[in-house]
Ligand binder design. Structure first.
Ligand SMILES: *Cc1c(COP(=O)(O)O)cnc(C)c1O
Length: 365
């Protein structure tokens, strides 16, 4: 049995008729740049997310970058974020010329430790990027209260959390901005690169629409330095179809996580700890174990995929290390040294989960 991290072929085969038909229609219509599918996706995503505006951009990285640019974050500013995330979170801060300030994570949830954020705030701090890592919502009501009192902009990194919520409010609707990625393996994934920015500010939304399209306020009138960062029409066709299924995909992911938890409960594997803050969408099922390298090897020998998200926390990456003295962020470092992510996708059935957990149990016996 060969088990991948995600089974995109299986998902495509279930949606093939609709997707093929939609793509062929878009090819026939030839409205390739900011066409009707992008418009529909922006409308439907803003309704789904409960925000006034959703603006399609070229990637999740661009979504973070353009949100920071729209908030006028730049040179001399500090932006607080987590070191236990994908590099793009910090890259976006560097792109606008600001400095990422890494604050340690909570050992259990892998999310930014909100009790440590306040002591990292200086008079240069302008924004914070909480990451809803692996699909688990950060405590946004708590963070919003803190940021209000210091007048900080919040850009939620929702690359892994499409559909996650707190008290029926979607991630991406709490902060000034939400930044989403539709990289193929994300919970809501397209067939290439794609991203989205959510905001409820009319002014910021207008600015982001200019920024993603060469700073054009009207054709060939460039009022600001912009970018070429539009959501692709063909990707939007796919997203319009998959958006209708996202709640059921996320529900299945929660079921997969529940089954893993039951089957691994009497082992020494530390399975993900979900706090009771919101609804987790399990973009990843990330565990901890001191013998993680052994577990990964045994899984590999059994043709079961396994990944390390993330092996080196960002404060220890060479590009950020040389920016200042070394800092210690023990929870992030421990997580990086012991974490391993097991296959998780909506179509993963109980037989396969049983097989995966049996292999792990044998390895640890
Ligand atoms: C995937 C990801 C991104 C970047 O998204 P792209 O669409 O690949 O640019 C940013 N942040 C996090 C946490 C991610 O997982």
């Amino acid at each position: 049995m060969n088990i991948p991290m995600v089974d995109l072929k299986r998902q495509y085969s279930e949606l093939k008729n609709e997707i093929d038909e939609g793509i062929l229609q878009a090819l026939a219509d030839t409205k390739f740049i900011l066409g009707p599918a992008v418009k529909k996706f922006e409308e439907d995503a803003s309704k789904y997310l409960g925000v006034k505006h959703a603006i399609g951009v070229a990637s999740g990285t661009d979504a973070l970058h353009l949100a920071l640019a729209a908030a006028d974050i730049g040179s001399g500013d500090e932006v607080i974020t987590t070191p236990f995330t994908f590099i793009a979170t910090a890259e976006a801060i560097s792109y606008v010329g600001a400095k990422p300030i890494f604050v340690d994570i909570n050992h259990d949830t892998f999310n930014l430790d909100l009790d440590k954020v306040e002591q990292a705030i200086t008079n240069k701090t302008k924004a914070i990027i909480p990451v809803h890592l692996f699909g688990q919502p950060v405590d946004m009501p708590k963070l919003s209260t803190l940021c209000d009192s210091y007048n900080l902009t919040i850009v939620e990194d929702c690359a892994q959390s499409f559909g996650a919520s707190i008290d029926s409010r979607q991630t991406g609707s709490f902060g000034d901005f939400g930044a989403f990625s539709f990289f193929p393996s994300k919970n809501l994934g397209c067939y290439g690169d794609g991203g989205l920015i959510s905001t409820s500010s009319d002014k910021k939304a207008e600015k982001i629409r200019f920024l993603r399209n060469h700073g054009m306020s009207k054709p060939y009138h460039h009022t600001m330095l912009g970018f070429n960062s539009r959501l692709d029409e063909l990707q939007a066709v796919i997203l319009n179809i998959k958006l209708l299924h996202i709640d059921s995909y996320n529900k299945n992911r929660r079921q997969v996580a529940k089954t893993y938890n039951e089957l691994l409960q009497d082992t020494s594997v530390q399975t993900p700890i979900a706090d009771d803050i919101g609804v987790h969408v399990y973009h990843q099922f990330t565990c901890l174990h001191p013998k993680r390298d052994l577990i990964i090897q045994v899984l590999k020998d059994s043709n079961i995929a396994c990944a390390i998200y993330y092996p080196i926390p960002l404060h220890l990456q060479s590009i950020y290390r040389k920016a200042g003295p070394d800092i210690n962020l023990p929870n992030s470092e421990l997580a990086a040294s012991q974490c391993f992510s097991l296959p998780i996708y909506p179509e993963l059935d109980e037989d396969k989960i049983g097989h995966i957990t049996d292999v792990i149990k044998k390895a640890l016996a």
